[in-house]
Design a protein. Structure first.
Length: 205
């Protein structure tokens, strides 16, 4: 599985760490499978799991191909100490997960955040579409845009405190995961332990 990946380029201070430009080809999913071994079985392997065509039709957007590959290989669950991934098992469950994360963050930003926050939230497009979150309140998004191929959507990470700056990473989903797991990408408001050993925890229900 190939993914278009940018070369790293800093354009500011810590608040903008990870903002990137310039595309190159990277074989990230193979590296991800090595860094984070997938489970032998999971709920998306069952015959009653929704199809990607059903998910994308309900969402009104095509999703990045490396994310679809990740979901099909790993299923629902979480990357320990990093994020719970919003993996569709049924269309209704996935849309509820997206709406819960989005509406919660949108409310907080509208009530307490920076009025000059540059991003809108899904279902507005271009807008932020979540793919994962943490127990602490950080959320991982794509900046979804119908005018841009999904594999080129940048990743945006918003902090639990709306007064803190978000980070934007001009790379695809799986490149972002590989960079974080290798320690090449640091998110200053969500640091991982120095001896971090990635583990995927399958959600059974």
């Amino acid at each position: 599985m190939r993914c278009n990946r940018p070369r790293s380029e800093k354009t500011g201070g810590a608040a903008e760490r990870g903002r990137l430009a310039g595309w190159e080809i990277s074989y990230v999913n193979e590296r991800l499978l090595t860094l984070l071994p997938p489970p032998a079985t999971h709920r998306r392997m069952t015959g009653d799991a929704c199809t990607w065509a059903e998910v994308e039709a309900a969402l009104g957007l095509a999703l990045p191909p490396d994310f679809r590959t990740f979901c099909d290989r790993y299923g629902p669950g979480e990357i320990d100490q990093l994020m719970a991934v919003l993996v569709p098992v049924t269309v209704g469950q996935y849309l509820r997960d997206v709406d819960l994360v989005t509406s919660t963050v949108k409310y907080v930003y509208e009530e307490y955040g920076d009025p000059d926050e540059p991003h809108q939230f899904y279902p507005t497009v271009p807008g932020l579409l979540p793919f994962g979150d943490t127990d602490g309140g950080e959320v991982f998004w794509w900046l979804a845009d119908r005018g841009v191929a999904p594999e080129h959507w940048p990743v945006v990470v918003t902090p639990r405190h709306v007064t803190w700056a978000s980070h934007t990473f001009g790379m695809c989903f799986s490149d972002f995961l590989v960079g974080v797991l290798l320690g090449d990408i640091e998110i200053d408001f969500h640091p991982l332990p120095k001896d971090y050993a990635p583990q995927f925890i399958t959600r059974q229900k």
